[in-house]
Design a protein around this ligand. Structure first.
Ligand code: GDP
Ligand code: IMO
Ligand code: MG
Length: 424
């Protein structure tokens, strides 16, 4: 029996979707605990590709129950689109998808306020999915939850209350057109029948399942450096992708968690604004983007690319409690003559002992690199560790030692089959 938290160890898009899909064979339940449709988790089986934004990436396994925890912010339209896509592809999700009654709803005004905020001076480079404004309302105790969809009067009352304030803001502060209250009530009232079959008491279900000896995989979205508390604030998302968020976002107590599994990309990427010490703005960065197809799975934006930052991943491993990890996208490095790894930072000529997550400091640091030889051959056909070239093994050993984790999966291509499992 294991209760595993799986986390992105960098700035998101590490390949969590692919690894969750593979690990799901070993679990009965897969749970999302934070974030919303800002996430884009890709799974590729042969030449068929799925991108999940809200539904946990275990859904393609028919014996796995997928759960959306209370910590997730749910856009009902996006969720229903995903359910439909699965049904069109012949996946039966009947009785296999549960949504916490306490998850908050993304409302049309959240997306609008997200875009207004992004057009001003405090731009973050968000995904525009209304994530920040929805969590603001949650913490301001004005949010509307999944359970409210099942009570039409309560829903209409809450939408009216919220829109009084939002329309005031839109009209008098942002000088925009007011939103149509009745239209939003009508749109959201119509979700009840479609969402009703999935609504559940998630903490009760999960804790009962643990007592019955079931194994649970908790699928983090985003990554540690996008964490609102531990990331490069303010250039972060509005939730806790780090492992601690898995407890508050699901109702599973910390004492039940057995291990934390990190997803580590073999180089570094970031979408949106914010400091990125190992970013390559030259031709090498462009090659990484091109070979790695580094374009956002949610927004299509080009991802910023750079060398692996072991100093950053060590910080991430520490705050998440990562013991084992999957190294992803190793194949992308195959064409490079030499590969650099950042092993520390200098600030004003002095070596830093600890990772500074503070954005204003991180912007000023100079990365200290060590250079390793490339392997210059295709590794995407390798299916066992022994088949990897010596230089590739040396690279894996170097980054895992510097960042402080043990490798248990190596991913050498986007497809399910392009994977090396080191332990079973
Ligand atoms: P997530 O948000 O962490 O699930 O990651 P994304 O799905 O946003 O981005 C990862 C991208 O890399 C997707 O397009 C995956 O299909 C792809 N991918 C995952 N693992 C590998 C790998 O080992 N090699 C290559 N070349 N692509 C990979
Ligand atoms: P997955 O789960 C990469 C980034 C945005 C922006 C910041 C805030 O696919 O790894 P938000 O819309 O959350 O308010 O945007 O966070 N961001 C991600 N970057 N992967 C993600 O998810 C992300 N979700 C949000 O680009 O910089
Ligand atoms: Mg992604």
């Amino acid at each position: 029996m294991s209760v595993t938290v799986l986390v992105g160890s960098q700035w998101g898009d590490e390949g969590k979707g692919k690894v969750v899909d593979i690990l799901s064979e070993r679990y009965n339940i897969v749970v999302r605990y934070q974030g919303g449709a800002n996430a884009g988790h890709t799974i590729k089986i042969k030449d068929k590709q799925f991108i999940f934004h809200l539904i946990p990436s275990g859904i393609l396994h028919e014996n796995v129950t997928c759960v959306i925890g209370n910590g997730v912010v749910v856009d009902p339209r996006a969720l229903l689109d995903e359910i439909e896509l699965l049904q069109q592809n012949g996946y039966d999700i009947e009785g296999r998808l549960l949504i916490s009654q306490n998850a908050h709803l993304i409302m049309p005004y959240h997306k609008l306020l997200d875009s207004i905020s992004e057009s001003g001076e405090n731009k973050i480079g968000t995904t525009g999915r209304g994530i920040g404004p929805c969590y603001i309302d949650k913490y301001a105790r004005k949010g509307i939850k999944i359970i409210d969809l099942l009570d039409k009067d309560e829903l209409a009352k809450k939408i009216r209350q919220n829109l009084k304030e939002k329309n005031n803001l839109l009209k008098n502060v942002y000088h925009r057109e007011e939103l149509d209250v009745e239209k939003i009530i009508e749109e959201y009232s119509a979700f009840d029948k479609a969402i009703d079959p999935y609504v559940a008491d998630v903490p009760n279900f999960l804790n009962r399942s643990i007592n019955e000896g079931k194994s649970i995989l908790m699928e983090g979205a985003q990554g540690a450096l996008l964490d609102v508390d531990h990331g490069t604030y303010p250039y972060v998302t509005s939730s806790n992708p780090t492992s601690g968020g898995a407890c508050t976002g699901t109702g599973i107590p910390p004492t039940k968690i057995t291990d934390v599994f990190g997803i580590v990309k073999a180089y570094t990427t970031r979408v949106g604004l914010g400091p990125f010490p190992t970013e390559l703005t030259d031709e090498t960065g462009e090659r990484l983007r091109e070979i790695g197809a580094e374009f956002g799975a949610t927004t299509g934006r080009p991802r910023r690319c750079g060398w692996f930052d072991a100093f950053l991943v060590k910080y991430s491993a520490t705050i998440n409690g990562i013991s084992k990890a999957a190294i992803t996208k190793l194949d992308v490095l195959s064409e490079f003559d030499e590969i650099k790894v950042c092993v520390g930072y200098e600030l004003n000529g002095k070596k830093l002992n600890t990772f500074p997550s503070t954005a204003s400091i991180l912007e000023k640091v100079t990365p200290v690199y060590e250079t390793l030889p490339g392997w210059k051959q295709d590794i995407s056909k390798a299916r066992s560790y022994d088949e990897l070239p010596p230089e590739t093994k040396d690279y894996l050993k170097f980054i895992s030692e510097k960042a402080g984790f043990e490798i248990s999966i190596v991913s050498v291509g986007p497809r399910r089959s392009e994977t090396i499992i080191l332990d079973n």
